[in-house]
Design a protein around this ligand. Sequence first.
Ligand code: SF4
Length: 329
Amino acid sequence: MAENLLTVKDMKVYYPVSGGLLHKPEYVKAVDGVSFEVRKGEVFGIVGESGCGKSTLGRGICKLEEPTSGEIILDGEDISKYNARQMRPVRKKVQMVFQDPYASLNPRMSVFDIIAEPLIIHGLTSSKEALEAKVLDLLRKVGLDDYHANRYPHEFSGGQRQRIGIARALAVQPKLIIADEPVSALDVSIQAQVLNLMNKLKKEFNLTYIFVAHDLSVVEHISDRVGVMYLGNFVEVGNKDSLYQNPLHPYTQALLSAVPVPDPTVKRERIILEGNIPSALNPPKGCKFHTRCPKCMDCCKETAPERYQVAEDHYVYCHLYDDKIKGKN
Ligand code: SF4
């Protein structure tokens, strides 16, 4: 098994909100004590409904959101307590690709300047000629042409803009790229092109990805391992094949039951979940999924489940897999 590039331990990202009952401080618990590892060279997919905390988790790892607590070990370096100045050299190791490439590209900068900027900031170029050669090389690597360098973001399609965002992220030769819904704003045909490009670049640049998305099919296509999030926590984490072929958490089962199966002979019963995701301001006690779970037991309303190993490289957070409870039900 490959060694870990990233280890996250008990990470919390809480946002204080004012105006609580009797002015007691209240917090939106966007990420509520998440632990996981990402191995060198893999694609770790994070999936869940909107509002489950998956994007906040991605932003927390590279400290675009400051985590409230927890440990982040990146490439052997504990960056948990790093301030903005200390994070500067770390940004060479971890880069983000965002959902909306138009919003994340400065409309007043040419594509050349957008890609050159991180190279200049991190002192990764020795001369003007070397800078130009590097920028043009990156453009070609993401499937764009040299003449695109002098154009501006508004002159490109969504898919091309995402390629520019990827080229900018690659410029500093990161080890880890956190891609936050990188294809969800694109047409399906363009999605496939960008996913294939990301796969190709992963091999070429020896990259590791965290791939955040709400679309289970997209995550299945690109990931080696997948973590399913619900209301600020993982509910199931496993290698892709095990998790997709044998989903064990009732929430994962419900999510996957809604994914169309290409084979018409395979019938899959749709599991409809009642109600909406509860508020992260006041999450339910015990298992946070108990208010919607079709298999809820009494203990679920009181005690949060631990992590249970159900197969090699497959873990689930649900009382149904606790041997002591299994025996009683
Ligand atoms: Fe459902 Fe209980 Fe498992 Fe939570 S712990 S998913 S409520 S069975």
